[in-house]
Design a protein around this ligand. Sequence first.
Ligand code: HEM
Length: 431
Amino acid sequence: MGGERTATGERTGGCPVVDLFSADFTADPWPAFARLQHTAPVHHDPATGLWLVSRYGDVRRVLLDPERFRPDNTLDAVVRMSVPALRHLAAAGFALPPTLANNGTDRHAGLRRLVSGLLSGSRVAAAAPLVERLTHRHLDAVEAALTAHGRCDLVATLTRDLPFAVMLDLLGLGADAGAGTGADLGTLARWNDASLELFWGRPPRARQPGLARLAADFFTWLGGLADRAEPGRPGLLGLLAAHRHPDGTPLGRQEIIAVCYFMIIAGQATTGQMLATMLRRALHDTALWPRLGGEPGLARAWAEEMLRREPPLTAWRRVTAAPVRIGDTDLPAGAPLLLMLAATGSDPDVFDAPHALRPGRPRARDHLSFGIGRHRCPGAALARMEARVVLRTVSRRCPTLRLARPLSEEPLLGLLSFRAPTRVTVRLDAG
Ligand code: HEM
């Protein structure tokens, strides 16, 4: 074990070094996860000031104790932003008051009920045919690109836009986003990507103002949505306008914007990243790929294994409300934690031979990739449905699809909380 820690974070034993933003860590984080779990399960990272919590049992206990481990810091920027970047955000009135993921107040439960209703099991099941139709429509474009160029990027043609369209439909925002609204799917994706990098990345100072301007444009566009929110309107906007907090007050404009901002990012980025990661791994395994479309239940079970082993949302934050002990480490009040969800899915104390993808393994759904407890992801059923329908449909229609480049040559996004390929180039197998 790595020795006792003091409240200021000094370690009395050996200290593993992890650079959470390095290309090596992004490409292959599992050795670092194992090292942390084994030698320093609660590790102070001097580069970010965060306490890295990597063992399944510790992370689970933290998530299930929202009084001592608060969610207030979940949407804070990881790095201090430059003044020009902050000016862009301030000019748009950018602010994210507590609403969903970052809300530890008594106003959380009501808002959560509201979005959970839109993402209920029956609504998700009813959306499955739409996902299949959209997958086929995107595959038409994939096949056209393959015919014309011999290669095609599945991120640009399939995984980026599909979850967007599904989520906008479920939230009743389809008519508000698209051609003629100033926010087609490409623009929304650019805004999303900029927001992720600005808040969860380590962008150089020179890059920050450009990212902040895009996040500010996103916020301004959402302000237009908030202004159209009125009770009786179908979907998310109508529900938000009609909602009352426990003290009887309606949501403020900033709160409506903040809910929409989070839902659009949560609903598109994570799910698109999940699909890109799954397609990349599945296509790499040429024996598995054609089976995903034909064997009943395989796509569902294999997708669950991928969620455990290689989730898109790799880590999430909490902050201690009072002095507390995790394992053998004493932490002061106000200590920011990074709960390493991706590490917990490969904790050998819970998952036997964690590196192996074994569809249907014991405790297959016990991973923490969607969180657990009061803030557990209400979009989990939607994400799971999209994973199995997309894998099954693409495999069935394109059983001879292959990766056109070795895994190591495709770029990966590596942010504090998000990890996924940004390109999945494919070709058809000639043989
Ligand atoms: C593979 C895809 C996804 C993953 C891995 C994922 C993961 C997560 C995680 C880890 C949390 C935080 C849990 C916690 O703090 O305890 C979360 C929260 C949340 N997610 Fe997801 N998510 C995904 C897709 C979605 C989708 C599709 C939606 C909606 C359309 C969504 C909406 C939300 C919301 C609203 C919250 C905040 C819930 C609350 O604070 O009560 N997510 N998600």
